[in-house]
Write a protein that binds this ligand. Sequence first.
Ligand code: BGP
Length: 474
Amino acid sequence: MRKDFLWGGAVAAHQLEGAWNVDGKGVSIADVMTAAKHGVERQITAGVQPGAYYPNHQGIDFYHQYPTDIKLMAEMGFKTFRTSIAWSRIFPQGDEVEPNEAGLAFYDRLFATCLKYGIQPMITLSHFEMPYHLVEAYGGWRDRRLIDFFLHFAKTVFKRYQHQVKYWMTFNEINNQTDYTKAFFMATNSGLVLKPDDPQAEALMYQAAHYELVASAKAVQLGHQINSAFQIGNMINMTPIYPLTAKPADQLAAQKAMQTRYWYTDVQTLGTYPNYMEAYFKRQNYRPDITAADRAALQAGTVDYIGLSYYNSFTVKAQTNQPEYRFLGEQATVANPYVQASDWGWSVDPDGLRYGLNWLNDHYHKPLMIVENGLGAVDQVTADHQIHDDYRIAYLKAHIQAMKTAIEVDGVDVMGYTPWGCIDLISAGTGQMSKRYGMIYVDQDDHGHGSLRRLKKDSFYWYQHVIATNGQDL
Ligand code: BGP
């Protein structure tokens, strides 16, 4: 393990800040997302009222309670804290020229608090969030003009925080939109609100993703011009895809599925579209607007490191009616008989983390940063205010062990580890509170009721010890 290994935790602005309409903040897509129940998809529906959904509009009131929360993270020994900047706090509509000073001032205070404790802020520019106005007026990332709006936002925050923030990431889990049949991913990744079964969905996804990739590459270049010490990464969701059997057709299906899901990383680290994607566009007769200038920008703006989230693995088998297997998202997967699943049906597969780290290392030869990992679970508070989350400790322990094996046995360069939702927050997938990831408990239910009091779970003390021993003692 590196001596300067970046232990910490990760969150995203829209999942914990609350204060959705405070200090000049504009409405973001997160403020109009429905709160889903188990099995009901979260999405943006027509006529939805901003802030109507509890408790996602109030988060955990981090906007006001961050001094206490960061202090608790410091007590755990965090070296870094990953969060995002809410674009809609800085540019409420997204297409203005002048930023909102009150929004900028909030992150000044937050970052100063982190730095006071020796915690380095690690910032995602766009984590499932953009001003809703950009969706209404431009249709989200289907419009090329979004590139310049995003760059103006990026430039503003790069300049403002250049002495406080060294580690940046552009778009959170940019590859989730591979699953273009899911309204949730289309909205969160690209601000695309489509009718169910829109025949244009796939083509639109590629177009939007391309503009994001260009924006990401240009932001990398811009950031380096502003401060050459910046480390700017991409962020992908690494969900390894295994073949169900040794049957060659299943092996090929898994390989094709990996290509369908990870080509974004080729563009962001190698600076070019892989051949199989160019061939696919031709075959499908898709003609995305990709200019020569765009290709030059992609080449010039490759990332310094790969940020990744890891939760689970998928398994696929060849489809007889699909000679050229394309991965159409989670619903195309089959159950893996060798792994168990969480309460939310996510497979629990620590070996998959080692697999994913090796896969990324082999393909891209870049440093890796695990910026999300964790177990969403229902926690019980005992009468004496304890939370005995041994299941969470077991999950994190097994995954940290897998990461250590990748580092020490396989020689993979991993810069740090920031488990997801180190403090309980609103689930991105459900918009609810009860799917908890934190080492710090927050007293609030799915309806927004509760004291918002913070409590230390057993995992708090366990993780504190892991950090203190630099991962030696799990
Ligand atoms: C990732 C997102 C996070 C986060 C996490 C857990 O995909 O980057 O924002 O929420 O997943 O997902 P969920 O909240 O749906 O359990």
